[in-house]
Write a protein that binds this ligand. Structure first.
Ligand SMILES: NC(=O)c1ccc[n+]([C@@H]2O[C@H](COP(=O)([O-])OP(=O)(O)OC[C@H]3O[C@@H](n4cnc5c(N)ncnc54)[C@H](O)[C@@H]3O)[C@@H](O)[C@H]2O)c1
Length: 287
């Protein structure tokens, strides 16, 4: 991609204070986008802003303290972004509570489902599934008004969705994956698209605690998210809707169609899901 390809675009990235969200913010900023960095704590955001500005230049990053489950804060976050940058085009729902809230090491002995704190289970589902729905609901009218936009949801590998010992983490990501498919269908033809991007394996962030014993060099590095997110946010991806991409398989050295085929697939599990018995009046609509 050419330099400053995303000049004139503004992205809101939740969970941008650290980890994959911050890395995506740095990547988009380097291509000229303005970024509102949404996260829970001011000090985390202050450090992230200076890293993102190092990539994209002074003034390209706006820190926004916001819990993505709080409707008033979500609406205020979007309004602040619009007031600061004159609008916004891209919503990246990255914020999440990870498996580490349930276990230090999901490869070892892990809590059974009945041993997990039920309030924590509910909170993780709320942050990881309800949060993106809320942010997308509040964002959609702005994106639809301008006739061009992106909603990109960070879910997880399909087999992590039923990885035991991680409490609500997997189910929350399965909900977000399915919901992204609903978003993509509803947005079809509007100029706004909805897609999924995942790292494609345990990534080198605090979500994978040291107690797992993994060699950190063997993990997916946060920078792997940068090339696919920049492409998804470019006009080259205008026709890409209802797709999931695996960052670890994204190979910039391949021609675009081969790269898309290697790292992309339809969202969710459409290829295996089918209703066994449909009433005849229910048209067999494309899903
Ligand atoms: N790290 C991995 O191995 C891995 C693998 C697959 C998918 N993912 C997904 O990638 C995304 C980023 O994960 P990460 O590894 O960078 O994790 P991380 O913990 O480093 O970053 C997540 C960020 O989200 C923020 N956050 C949490 N709850 C929030 C809330 N209610 N409101 C606003 N911000 C909130 C946290 O403060 C944190 O800064 C997540 O959606 C995660 O599920 C991660």
């Amino acid at each position: 991609m050419t330099d400053r390809l995303l000049e004139g675009r503004t992205a809101i990235i939740t969970g941008a204070g650290r980890g994959l969200g911050k890395s995506m913010a740095e990547g988009l900023a380097a291509y000229g986008a303005k970024i509102a960095l949404v996260d829970l704590e001011e000090d985390i955001l202050a450090a992230a802003v200076s890293d993102v500005e190092a990539a994209g230049g002074q003034g390209c990053a706006l820190p926004v303290t916001c819990d993505v489950t709080d409707r008033d804060r979500a609406e205020a976050a979007i309004q602040t972004t619009i007031d600061t940058f004159g609008g916004f085009d891209i919503l990246i729902n990255d914020a999440a509570m990870g498996p580490q809230f349930f276990t230090d090491n999901f490869t070892a002995d892990t809590p059974k489902f009945w041993e997990v704190d039920i309030d924590l289970w509910h909170r993780v589902l709320t942050v990881n599934a309800h949060g993106p729905q809320l942010m997308s609901t509040v964002s959609a009218p702005h994106l639809l008004d301008s006739g061009w936009g992106r909603i990109i949801n960070v879910t997880t590998s399909l087999d992590t969705m039923y990885l035991k010992g991680c409490g609500a983490y997997g189910p929350s990501k399965a909900a977000l994956e399915a919901n992204t498919r609903i978003m993509a269908q509803d947005l079809d033809g509007t100029g706004v698209t909805a897609n999924v991007l995942i790292p494609g394996g345990p990534a080198n962030t605090r979500m994978i605690p040291e107690a797992t014993g993994f060699d950190r060099e063997e993990l997916v590095q946060p920078g792997a998210m940068q090339a696919p997110i920049c492409w998804l946010c470019s006009t080259d991806a205008d026709d890409i809707n209802n797709m999931r991409f695996i960052a670890a398989l994204w190979d910039e050295s391949l021609p675009p169609q081969e790269r898309i085929a290697a790292a992309g697939a339809p969202i969710a599990w459409a290829q295996i899901g089918s209703i066994a018995k449909r009433p005849s009046s229910w048209a067999d609509a494309e899903r």
